[in-house]
Design a protein around this ligand. Structure first.
Ligand code: ADE
Ligand code: ZN
Length: 332
């Protein structure tokens, strides 16, 4: 059994495997521009974040009913459980669905039906994080938060994703202020393709508690020093970074240097159906490419629970942390 871990950076739409996409397309009468799953997989050759997002939003056309979202989440949870995930904080992109005429309630209730049984079926506790698309307007983000108000009992926090460059965090100051007033936790993608300055801005203007990716903080030593001092968690996604050409190979990943610099880093999968692996595969990838020792892998697993939004259930966090400490790494 893999080391117990929390997954903190996972887009549920990014778990849509080609087989499920074709099954949902058939069920919903949607025609996909690929002849079969092999042709679809062939198209997973991305040159940057935008080339991925174009395909990713296109494939979401198959997600139409609450049951579709329930099946999507069930499939993720089953795979995640097999890779040692005990707790998952799951992103979703309501605007990618409401723009296609799928109501936000269909998305949230569909996902919720899966998450309600996740503990019993898969042994995974869950939280939902509603993400705003940063290449859409600030007004659209505010309208999305407004539309989510009847479902806030299901939502733990807000995030910010999609095309980063040219869409700085400050664009979303107002909606993050409103989210804070509503008692929601705050995270944001920053420093994936965008500059280190966006990481600072997400902290200072949006008040985020975690940074998703944050890789490019390494270009700014004073920012690294601050992130380490304040123990701001960074949710890294190594396989994603290679597939989206943020770095050339896993061996080039700064994860080890980030740990040495005292940063609070975690390992996650981002969009596992598209990037060649789930969270355990990301752990295995960095272990092999960077030569991480068992105690470093244990630190990553420990960080994942410490960085998770389990403040409403500290007893559970302690149980998970005890599982991490008791885990015996094999010879591999
Ligand atoms: N949406 C899904 N995956 C993403 C990523 N890696 N960066 C920004 N937005 C995303
Ligand atoms: Zn992401």
């Amino acid at each position: 059994m893999p080391v117990p871990k929390a997954e903190l950076h996972l887009h549920i739409e990014g778990t849509l495997e080609p087989e499920l996409a074709f099954a949902l397309a058939a069920r919903n009468g949607v025609t996909l521009p690929y002849v079969d799953t092999a042709a679809l997989r062939e198209a997973y050759r991305f040159s940057d974040l935008q080339s991925f997002l174009d395909l990713y939003y296109g494939l979401m056309a198959v997600l139409r009913t609450a049951e579709d979202f329930t099946e999507l989440a069930d499939a993720y949870l089953e795979r995640a459980a097999a890779q040692g995930v005990r707790h998952a904080e799951i992103f979703f992109d309501p605007q990618a669905h409401t723009a296609r005429g799928v109501p936000i309630g269909t998305v949230i209730e569909g996902l919720g039906a899966s998450l309600d049984r996740a503990e019993e079926r898969y042994g995974i506790s869950t939280r939902l994080i509603l993400c705003f698309l940063r290449d859409e307007s600030a007004e659209s983000a505010l309208a999305t938060l407004e539309a989510a108000k009847p479902y806030l009992h299901r939502i733990t926090g807000v995030g910010l994703d999609s095309a980063e460059v040219g869409h700085p965090p400050a664009k979303f100051r107002e909606v993050y202020e409103e989210a804070a007033r509503l008692g929601l936790r705050r995270v944001a993608h920053a420093g994936e393709e965008g500059p280190a300055a966006y990481v600072r801005e997400a902290l200072d203007v949006l008040g985020v508690e975690r940074i998703d990716h944050g890789l490019r903080c390494m270009e700014d030593p004073s920012l690294v020093e601050r992130l380490a001092r304040e123990r701001v968690p960074l949710t890294l996604c190594p396989l994603s970074n290679v597939r989206l050409r943020v770095i050339d190979t896993l061996a080039d990943h700064p994860l080890r240097a980030m740990m040495t610099a005292g940063l609070m880093v975690t390992v996650n999968s981002d969009d596992p159906a598209y990037f060649g692996g789930y969270v355990g595969d990301n752990f295995d990838g960095v272990r092999d490419a960077l030569g991480l020792e068992p105690e470093q892998l244990r630190e990553l697993a420990r960080n994942s629970f410490e960085a998770s939004f389990l403040e409403d259930d500290e007893a559970r966090r302690e149980r998970y942390l005890a599982e991490v400490e008791a885990y015996e790494f094999g010879g591999a």
